[in-house]
Design a protein around this ligand. Structure first.
Ligand SMILES: Cc1cc2nc3c(=O)[nH]c(=O)nc-3n(C[C@H](O)[C@H](O)[C@H](O)COP(=O)(O)OP(=O)(O)OC[C@H]3O[C@@H](n4cnc5c(N)ncnc54)[C@H](O)[C@@H]3O)c2cc1C
Length: 395
């Protein structure tokens, strides 16, 4: 079977890429080894954040991405109609809270830097923070409101992007795993072998999330993306008492850290169904998905420092997934100069839901020559920061 583009992986990034490419008039086939939206995109929260990113290319991408979600959410709902479940886009804004004097200084300094780079930030007094979130522990030392932060339901959002891609002509083949490369005599990648046969295309997009390292090895290249485990607690549904996405300032440090050991930082938010999500942990344990009590206890303990009333709320379940973690904490978006025909769209770590639409725009611009509003040079797989990691043999 021949397509213009093969996309490997039907998580939110592959879905967004398939939609953007099909929307640009290309014949797209998406290959997914399991079910659609069955990987990391079904195992996390759906935050669309600018607040956790410091000045730099990822922040610029996140600001653009937040705007794209704001524009795309109503377009998807119009296109797919009322019978399709809501993607629960909520531009609820985030509040970051410090609980110590040192933390207060770090938070206010960080927010001032962000404000100089296009982030809307509103420093709050304790009274203002409590007016926005009355159940916060009043002993907070500083707080900043980020109105650009938003939220989607990640599984429904992935399925909505896939449905939109199908309407634009994309073919989605679930239950078909990529197992190897098909190359021409010059060594160019011209397709893939799968568990059901062979597919040929002008371009292959690797969007296999935390499995991009493994799939890259099947295609013959080393891709420096590894899993970084994250776990959440989910409370029973209740009337809404947490109105924004609320997290402590430590969260930012954890997202940027390369430490392999367990790290937790409090992230608390309500969902449309009334549950409260309490996250999140970060750990490098390979693909070991066992739940550990130690992690859950730590998450719960820290959440109570922000919202003491949660001590009386039952936890209904816990789940987790594997963030696709790139060696330098930036996603890989663009062509692979080592293997002509191969393109990358993965490595978004804890921000793939938020960054999916902006990633797809950059990728489609590269493949189809479509215009883009942002500079994607920092995300190219050939960037200097990744050179040492790309040089290794395929693993
Ligand atoms: C606890 C936790 C909380 C998170 N919270 C947030 C958040 O609030 N906001 C945010 O933006 N991000 C968040 N993330 C991160 C986000 O979930 C990921 O960045 C995003 O889902 C990655 O999407 P993806 O499409 O790249 O990968 P995935 O969703 O994992 O999709 C990859 C797909 O590739 C498929 N695949 C693998 N191998 C093959 C093969 N050989 N052939 C075919 N298909 C294959 C897999 O089956 C999978 O479906 C969180 C993650 C975790 C774990």
């Amino acid at each position: 079977m021949h397509s213009d583009v093969l996309v490997v992986g039907a998580g939110i990034v592959g879905a967004a890429c398939a939609r953007a490419l099909a929307g640009a008039g290309l014949a797209v086939t998406l290959l997914e080894k399991g079910g659609t939206a069955s990987g990391t995109s079904a195992s996390g929260e759906g935050n669309v954040l600018v607040s956790d990113k410091g000045p730099g290319p990822e922040l610029d991408l996140a600001i653009h991405a937040a705007r794209l979600w704001r524009e795309t959410a109503p377009l998807l709902e119009d296109e797919l109609g009322p019978a399709f479940p809501s993607i629960e886009y909520e531009p609820k804004g985030g509040i970051v809270v410090a609980t110590s004097d040192d933390g207060a200084l770090a938070l206010v300094t960080f927010a001032a830097q962000q404000a100089r780079h296009g982030v809307q930030t509103q420093p709050l007094t304790a009274d203002q923070a409590l007016a926005l979130e009355p159940d916060l522990d009043p002993s907070l030392t500083a707080a900043v409101h980020y109105p650009q932060d938003a939220q989607v339901q990640p599984v429904v959002a992935t399925e909505a992007l896939l449905a939109s891609a199908r309407r634009a002509g994309a073919v989605v083949r679930a239950g078909e795993a990529v197992t190897g490369a098909v190359s021409d005599r010059t060594g160019r990648l011209v397709g893939v072998r799968t568990t059901r046969g062979e597919h040929h295309a002008g371009a292959v997009v690797l969007a296999a999330g935390p499995w991009s390292g493994e799939v890259g090895a099947l295609l013959g290249v080393s891709v420096p993306i590894r899993p970084r485990r994250g776990v959440l607690l989910v409370t029973t549904p209740m009337p809404r008492r947490i109105r924004h996405k609320v997290y402590d300032g430590d969260y930012v440090g954890a997202t940027q850290s390369s430490d392999a050991a367990l790290q937790t930082s409090t992230v608390v938010e309500s969902t449309a169904s009334g549950t409260v999500l309490i996250g999140s942990s970060r750990e490098q344990t390979g693909f070991d998905g066992r739940l550990r009590v130690e992690v859950m206890v730590e998450l719960a303990r820290k959440a109570l420092t922000l919202f003491p009333f949660l001590a009386r709320v039952p936890v209904m379940r816990s789940y987790g997934g594997f963030r696709p973690y790139a060696a330098d904490h930036l996603p890989l978006i663009g062509p692979d100069e080592r293997l002509p025909g191969l393109w990358h769209a993965s490595g978004h770590e804890g921000a793939g839901i938020g960054l999916a639409l902006a990633t797809a725009e950059l990728l489609a611009a590269g493949i189809a020559g479509a215009p883009t509003m942002i500079d994607g040079a920092a995300f190219l797989p050939s960037r200097p920061g990744l050179a040492a990691h790309l040089a290794g043999a395929a693993v």
